[in-house]
Design a protein around this ligand. Structure first.
Ligand SMILES: Cc1cc2nc3c(=O)[nH]c(=O)nc-3n(C[C@H](O)[C@H](O)[C@H](O)COP(=O)(O)OP(=O)(O)OC[C@H]3O[C@@H](n4cnc5c(N)ncnc54)[C@H](O)[C@@H]3O)c2cc1C
Length: 442
């Protein structure tokens, strides 16, 4: 195998030493067995690699920023790994249309900073933005904190270039908003976790940044207040909300353990709401009324509102720090990324009351990141949680994907008879099963 790749890549694009970082995932939970790391720098390189792997039936794995949370970024079933880190060029940014065309290894935050200079925003934002790549975001159909405002990547990816497992290049980079010309292959690639092709370039629709941005942190006592707050927010602030995040009591107590005190007294439930608008005076008047309404109807116990950038960043660091705070705990950490209806949060909390649970996440999207800390490993925890989610007719993966971690449960709860369809699609694209083997279904 070693003699194959030097024929198609330069020597500095193949590494076999000091490769430990490519073989351990962000959670330090999943370990890969890659022995050769390939560093292509363009679509042709990727095409040559896949052509070679396919004709020699060599399994190969794709890695983006390695921030995925389902074990999909490391090569569990392949000895060769493609790292996308050198496909990091911005090809074109049209600030009139608000469209960016870039290679897929660009870091999300780098892209955001680039377009910010001309008053635009990436439609996607998440805690791992400083490391995750746009190709990884597309492959996982990442949701993040702006999902409620700007929708999913299915709406925001206008075009892409993909190398198929046999090395052929699928080029859909006309970049139109509308383009109904048969099956939407592009949409099939979004969320395919790299099992159907390697995304090498993409075009994204940007959003105009708004000059007036404000943040509110509220504490609440119970789910009834949360439910009413959500109703009031969606009725009166719909055009303003750019993020609406839930953090339960224990998530914030954990924050206090690692950092300074919070600007509010902690409630059983706490929400961070960010709003954006063009006109600051009007924005402020709407929020004043909203705040008054919250107080009058006793929807919140305590709260703070800010339009100061530093303070807003501090509020965000509380929410975005939860994942990292939990990973610092010496106990075993079980992470769940589920979709359930708001009313079912209470049921889930009750049924899991004997466990050390942490509930937080994108509550307006009905997406909860339930985390459980446990002394030592416990094989039963995943079974218990996923059985409950299944009973509540929820989804076992709201936004992180299936990867290796949830494969067993995807099969277990195949109520839609979708596994066979997924397998058939995989076989059509990758009959030799060389690309990201072991993920999702196979
Ligand atoms: C602190 C933190 C916060 C997070 N917050 C969120 C959140 O709010 N919302 C959310 O959805 N996720 C979140 N995540 C999960 C993770 O960041 C996302 O899944 C992200 O989209 C993964 O991008 P990546 O570049 O790191 O991909 P990787 O982790 O490297 O890979 C993920 C999967 O995509 C495949 N892949 C990567 N690049 C390509 C490519 N170019 N072509 C084809 N396949 C490819 C890989 O093979 C793998 O299966 C968070 C993670 C962390 C650590």
């Amino acid at each position: 195998m070693k003699s194959i790749f030097p024929k198609i890549l330069k020597s500095n694009q193949i590494i076999t030493k000091n490769i430990e970082k490519y073989n351990v995932d962000w959670m330090n939970k999943f370990h890969g067995k890659a022995q050769t790391i390939l560093l292509p720098s363009n679509t042709t390189d990727v095409s040559n690699i896949l052509k070679t792997c396919n004709s020699n039936k060599i399994p190969i794995h794709i890695q983006g920023g390695n921030t995925g949370l389902v074990g999909g970024a490391v090569a569990s079933n392949a000895e060769v790994l493609i790292s996308m880190e050198r496909l990091n060029k911005i090809k074109n940014f049209c600030d009139k249309r608000g469209v960016i065309h870039c290679q897929s290894g660009c870091i999300l935050q780098t892209l955001d900073e680039h377009v910010n200079e001309k008053g635009w925003l990436m439609p996607l934002d998440l805690g791992a933005k400083g490391s995750c790549q746009i190709g990884g975001n597309i492959a996982t159909n990442a949701g993040g904190i702006r999902f409620y405002k700007y929708g999913s990547l299915h709406q925001n990816v206008l075009g892409m270039k993909v190398v198929l497992p046999n090395g052929d290049i699928y080029n859909d980079t006309q970049g139109f908003y509308k383009n109904n010309t048969g099956y939407h292959i592009k949409n099939l690639m979004i969320g395919a976790e790299g099992t159907l092709g390697v995304v090498t370039e993409c075009q994204l629709k940007l959003q105009k940044s708004k000059p007036s941005i404000k943040g509110m942190l509220f504490s609440l006592n119970n789910l009834e207040q949360l439910s009413k707050l959500i109703e009031l927010s969606t009725n009166t602030l719909q055009d303003f909300i750019s993020a609406f995040e839930l953090m339960d009591k224990k998530s914030l107590i954990l924050h206090q353990k690692h950092f300074s005190n919070l600007p509010i007294s902690i409630g059983n439930f706490n929400v961070l709401i960010e709003t954006q608008f063009t006109d600051d005076d009007y924005h402020q008047s709407v929020l004043d009324k909203f705040f008054e309404n919250c107080m009058e109807n006793e929807l919140i116990e305590d709260g703070t509102v800010t339009n100061n950038e530093t303070q807003l960043n501090q509020l965000w660091s509380i929410r975005e720090g939860i994942t990292e705070n939990l990973s610092k705990e010496p106990k075993s950490l079980y992470k769940f990324d589920i979709s359930i209806k708001l009313n079912d949060i209470h049921t889930l909390q009750q049924k899991l009351k004997d466990y050390d649970t942490y509930f937080f996440g994108h509550v307006l999207d009905e997406n909860i990141h339930l985390n459980i800390l446990n002394d030592g490993s416990n094989d039963q925890i995943e079974n218990i949680v996923y059985n409950l989610v299944n009973e509540l007719n929820g989804s076992i993966s709201a936004e992180h994907g299936i990867g290796i971690m949830k494969k067993k449960y995807l099969h277990q709860y195949d109520t839609k008879n979708q596994i066979q369809l997924l397998k058939d699609i995989k076989k059509t694209f990758d009959p030799n099963n060389i690309l990201n083997p072991g993920l999702i279904t196979n």
